[in-house]
Design a protein around this ligand. Structure first.
Ligand code: SME
Length: 151
């Protein structure tokens, strides 16, 4: 399934009245991990209230020890501060990186904005080197906009 085919599937999950917010987020993680072969870990992190830290939300993939990430730490913590997409083609080349699994080669993190505030992010790890393009960024921005509507 390509990105254009996945968009209506994301819409469909968002509009399911019988699902809780967390179950919608989990369904989105499962959808993306299943249909994009180089998405190997897909999860959401959210700001913990007024604290300058991120807390892990729904995800699919290998369990991670990094359930709380301080602002500024790792790729995720940097996006919490920068409000910018962060595409990492080679995680080994990053100094400020938190390794979750030795199989991960690349990572992409896209912030989620609600009323202009950066309240969290979608984080995707890939076991394939340098797999992400502008098309991934545009698609994941679409996903984050849809998610922002239910938060
Ligand atoms: N690699 C991330 C940590 C989260 S894991 O990828 C699940 C980072 O450097 O922020």
């Amino acid at each position: 399934m390509n990105f254009e085919q996945l968009k209506p599937e994301v819409d469909n999950i968002i509009s399911k009245t019988e699902l809780s917010v967390n179950n919608k987020l989990l369904a989105i993680c499962k959808l993306l991990e299943k249909h994009i072969e180089y998405y190997n870990w897909v999860g959401f992190y959210f700001r913990n209230g007024d604290k300058e830290e991120l807390v892990l939300g729904p995800y699919v993939g290998a369990p991670t020890d990094h359930t709380v990430i301080p602002f500024g730490k790792g790729i995720c913590g940097q996006v919490a501060v920068s409000n910018q997409n962060f595409v990492v083609p080679d995680v080994a080349a990053q100094d400020n990186y938190i390794a979750c699994s030795i199989t991960v080669k690349a990572e992409i993190v896209i912030p989620i904005f609600v009323n202009g505030k950066n309240i969290g992010q979608i984080d995707i790890d890939s076991n394939t080197p340098d797999p992400f393009t502008k098309a991934d960024e545009r698609f994941l921005e679409f996903v984050c906009q849809k998610v922002a509507e239910i938060l």
